[in-house]
Design a protein around this ligand. Structure first.
Ligand code: 16C
Length: 259
């Protein structure tokens, strides 16, 4: 079984493209992605997580944290969706061509650099929330997969993850226009569970369930009233996870299963 001893860095490196491995960001990508996978897999054991949304299989927990008077409450959400794989989940989250279809907080999204097939740099401007200033973000996004050693069989599907993490881009200096820069670290992870009943026959969408973990820490970067901020994320995180998973279900329902 995987333990805290698991060398996530090695597993992430094994999945990465050469173009990503050669990029100057790689050491940071490897470190942050490893840390995010480790903590996403840890469950709710450590830290005082409080449940604040429960809707069917979807559960959302937060910790109330403030830094320099700003709300930065970490979020941890779990969900289970029948009919999609972890790979499909992360595919639609990672690739920019789908983002406007499901991202409800977006005003504009720009690909600043496609470093590799599995690493992209983004600049996004988000919708303004009154009475705060509009926000923007610059971040790298990395798509990866690691073996699922919890599952006994050799050929069990990998766990897939997309990690988004803020990065300073000289081409897009912070707080230079009318937006305030936000800072984010986000992971979306999907583990595919195959029903034992499917053994020995062709796999159907009914046989698969995706166990989802989504963790986010967003620093608003500048003044925003705490009450407004907490009300906004309480509404926006569940809306996102429901809308996005419904989108992936719809997109994949008539496609061959991609494990
Ligand atoms: O992970 C998600 N999306 C990814 C791809 O876009 C990516 C982006 C994350 C940015 C999330 C922060 C955006 C906040 C901007 C303001 C929100 C406007 C709401 C307008 C409603 C019509 O990783 C899915 C993200 C799901 C949404 C999360 C919302 C979290 C709000 C946290 C508070 C932000 C500070 C706002 C200060 C005024």
């Amino acid at each position: 079984a995987q333990t805290s001893q698991t060398n996530w860095g090695e597993l992430i490196r094994a999945a990465a493209t050469n173009a990503s491995l050669k990029h100057i960001y790689w050491p940071e990508i490897e470190r942050v992605v490893a840390e995010q996978i480790r903590s996403a897999r840890m469950g709710l054991g450590k830290g005082a997580w409080q449940l604040f949304v429960e809707d069917g299989e979807m559960k959302m927990y937060r910790r109330e944290v403030e830094e320099d008077g700003l709300v930065v409450d970490p979020l941890k959400a779990t969900h289970q969706v029948k009919g999609i794989t972890g790979r499909e989940l992360c595919h639609y989250f990672f690739y920019p061509e789908y983002r406007y279809d499901w991202e409800g907080t977006l005003e504009t999204m720009n690909v600043v650099d496609k470093i590799a097939e599995d690493t992209i740099l983004f600049h996004q401007i988000h919708k303004r929330i009154w009475p705060a200033a509009q926000r923007d973000a610059t971040f790298w996004s990395h798509l990866t997969h690691v073996p699922d050693e919890e599952e006994k069989s050799e050929d069990s599907p990998h766990i897939w993850a997309t990690v988004n993490n803020s990065v300073e881009l000289p081409s897009h200096p912070p707080n230079s226009g009318k937006q305030v820069r936000i800072y984010l670290t986000i992971i979306l992870m999907g583990q595919t569970i195959i029903s034992p009943a499917a053994k020995g026959r062709e796999l159907k969408r009914d046989d698969i369930t995706c166990k989802i973990t989504y963790c986010a820490v967003v620093n608003p970067g500048g003044w925003a009233p705490s009450s407004v901020l907490r009300a906004v994320y309480k509404r926006e995180y569940p809306k996102f996870l429901k809308r996005f998973t419904a989108y992936v279900l719809e997109k994949t329902k008539n496609l061959p299963i991609k494990l």
